[in-house]
Design a protein around this ligand. Sequence first.
Ligand code: NDP
Length: 403
Amino acid sequence: MAATGSGLPGPTPLDRGKVEGGTVTLPNWRGEADRPSPPPPAPLPPGERVGFALAGLGRLTLEELLPAFAECKTARPVALVSGSPEKAKVVAAQHGIKESSVYSYDDFDRIADNPEVQVVYVVLPNGLHRDFVIRAAKAGKHVMCEKPMANSSQEARDMIAACKQAGVRLMVAYRCQYEPYNREVIQRVRSGDMGAARIIEATNTQVMGPGDQWRFRKALAGGGALPDIGLYCLNTARAITGEEPVEVFARIFNPQGDDRYREVEETIAFMLRFPSGTMANCSSSYGAHESKDLRVRLEKGWIDLENAFAYEGQQMRVAQRGGKAEVIDTVRMPQQNQFSLEIDHMAACVKENRVPRTPGEEGLQDHHLMEALYRSAETGTPVSLAPVSGRDTTRGPEPSQQG
Ligand code: NDP
C-alpha cells in the first residue's frame, strides 16, 4: 500500500485498479449476486477522435447533441454551421470550438478546407436536409443526417447518389436503433425464443404549442406528425421484424379551423402488414398528450417498452408463463446516452471505413413507405407494396454495445 501522507492506510489493489492494454481497469468490488458495474469509459484522446461539424443550432443540437458529445468516446465537435452569428459565437465559446470553424449557410462550402471536420451532422429543418447533405458530400465530408432523411423519396435518392459519387459515408440518425432497450426488444423478438411476433403496437404522440414554427410548413417539414414522430413507430416496426411491409393502410385526422394543420397532418393512425404475418398498429399525433410506447405481442409472451421513443425513461417488462403462473419480469439495463451511442457509431464507421447500421437506404425505404401511407390516407384504401428481398444487404452490421 502506498502512503498518502495523511497517516491513513493507502488504497488497496481493489481500490486502485490497474492499467491493462493502455486502459484503466477496476476490479469488481461487488458481491457475486449483484451486477458488476460497467468498466470505466475508455475515450480516445481528443486529437484522435473524429471531428464533427453541427449544422443548425436549434433545440436538438443545443439540448441533446452537444451535451451528448461529452459522453462520446470516438467523436468530438469541431465546427458549427448557423444562420445566427451571435448564437454561434456563444455556442462555439461554450464548447471550445474555434471562431474560424464557425460557418454561415452561405459560406458553408468553405468547410472543404477544414481538415479537422470529417463528418457534417445536418440538424436543420427537414426541407433543408437534401441541399446540405449534397453540399457536405461535395465538400468531401462524411454525412450524418437527422430524421426524417428528407421531404420525399426522390430527395433521399439524390442524397444517396451524391454521397456515393463523392465516396463518403451517409448515416441517418435513427437514434432508437442505437438505444439499448430498443436493441434488447429487437434481439429478443428476432431470437425466436418467444415464438412469432403477431402484433406490434407503437404510439408516438405529443401536444404542439400554438406558436408558428417550421414543423407546420410543408416545404420545411415534408408532413406533420408522420415524418416527425410517427416515423419512430414505422422504423421500429421494421427493425423489430427485420422485414418490409407488403401492405399499408392509414387514416388522417386534422382538427377543423386549426390553422396549424392547413399544410400538415395533426394525427395519423396506420397499419403495416409484414410478409411473415406480423401486423403493426401505429398511431401518432401532435394533439394527444405525450406518450411514446411500444408493445410486441408474441406467441409465448409480450414485451412492453414504456417511453420506447423518448430520450430517456425506458421501462421494459416481459411477460411469459412460469409453470402455473404468469411471470412478468422487469428488465433494467445500464443507462447509456442514445445520442452519444449513435454519434460514436458514425465516428467508428468513418475510422474503420464501414457502412453505418442506418445508412441512407434505411431512410429512403421509410420515405417510400410514408408516401404509400399518405396515398392510402388520401384514397381511403390499403396500398399493396412489392415484396423487398435482401433488405439487410443495404445496411451495416449491428453496432456493438460500445460501437
Ligand atoms: P429547431 O426548430 O429547434 O431548430 C432548427 C434550427 O435550424 C434553427 O434554430 C436554425 O438554427 C436552423 N434553421 C435554418 N433555417 C431554418 C428555417 N428556415 N426555419 C427554421 N429553422 C431554421 O429544430 P430541431 O432542432 O427540433 O430539429 C432539427 C432537425 O432535427 C429536424 O430534422 C428534426 O426532425 C430533427 N430532430 C430529431 C430528433 C431526434 O430525436 N432524433 C428530435 C428533434 C428534432 P440557426 O439559428 O443556427 O441557423
